[in-house]
Design a protein around this ligand. Sequence first.
Ligand code: C5P
Length: 465
Amino acid sequence: MGLSDDVRAAVRELSSHPEVTIISHIDADGISGEAVLAQALMREGIRVTSVFVRQLEPLTMGQVPKDDSFKIFCDLGAGQQNLLEEHGLSTEEVLIIDHHVSQDSGTAYQQVNCLPYGHTKLSAAGVAYLVARELDSANTDLAPLAVVGNVGDMMAREDCGLVGLARDIAYEGAARGLIEIRARDLNCYGISTRPLHVCLSYNDDPFIPGISNNAPGAQKFLQRLGIPLRDPIKGWLVWEEIPDEDRKRITSALAQQLLAHGEGISRLFAESYLFPDEPERTPLRNAQEFATLLNSCGRWSRPGVGGSICRGDRGIAYRQAEHMLTNHRAIIRELLHYILDTGVTELSHLQYIHVGNRYPDTIVGIGAGMALSKLNMDKPILIMVEQPEDPDLTKVSMRTTERVVGRGIDLQQAITEASSTLGGAGGGHRIAAGAFIPRESEQEFVRHVNELLAGQYANAGAGRR
Ligand code: C5P
């Protein structure tokens, strides 16, 4: 059996159900994955209702309806099959479409999960797309949404572009004229909306001395190159609209700058995925910014608004999402400053901070990830936050870097093991993971994760010898 067999089996199963409930995750991957599945199923005449949850945990299981509809769990479920079982769901009424590590329970639920087949760089929206395309090849028009999910879940980060099946999906979208793939583009966030010098200064992967975290420095650098930064009508220009020749001049000057500081240039370039049909100078225009827009909807409890945008609403839903994006950015910036101003506590193998009840649990991981590039990047960051709905629970998020993952660190493994030992539950990926733990065990949990990370380093070292 391979992934494509599982995809075919899922399609056979889905075709026999007139009514489906999709339970999906509130992040960009979950929102785009739901939109891919819902649209593909509706085109088959299947009635679809969708529910978004911030995590599958005992508190949110109540949102999973106890009715006759067939249940599809998207971007979640694989790691929480015991909860599905406890909720009374039988194997006949469940399909899991996921890319997280599977924790089997006594009940063998049907899954389409790319991870056991070694596809580590495919998101749930990517898997959903494989199912949609198998339902009908016309569904390749949903490829841009799958690309948004893949990019939003950082599947393009390590390799500076999508790889494997995720890249094939991008090329299918390009073949339909829906995606413009720019190879060796600048590895920078905000290519469609940020003024060029701001875009360059925000980039810290790679860190370019004199430019990263230094907008005036970036502006001078571009002026020295004679690059026009403003248009008399449009105002500040964005990277995407800079002519090819100028873009090449900028990247080669940046490369020289990096080389002059003895830095490698491999991460200067990345493949970017643009959506030519979307309005210019909006976050809808490229996969990275589109994903942030969806995240800002989901993380602020309006995943349905993101879902409407994925279905093409460019009116009310889009205006609401823009508003949420502004708010999302402002609060994350505030959280970032809070982390940096308050400072983290360093243990031997991690650094941690508790933010009390100041920020919602849905965004602390994002803020911690951003703070990491301004802290000791060699140590994973762990952030804790109170749970307003349940004072006995603490939400934990962890983030690290590709470099540290490459040295053998697996946050998902550490957080899952440490949380389950203390009666909590967690999951995620090597580079980003989260958990809920009993509040009284916070200190023990942090110590335990630190020990587990130490063990991972030791094992990786032993393995390399
Ligand atoms: O919430 P956060 O952004 O930190 O989540 C990071 C990753 O960890 C996501 O992939 C999320 O699905 C996973 N996670 C999990 N269980 C939790 C919290 C997060 O599997 N309780």
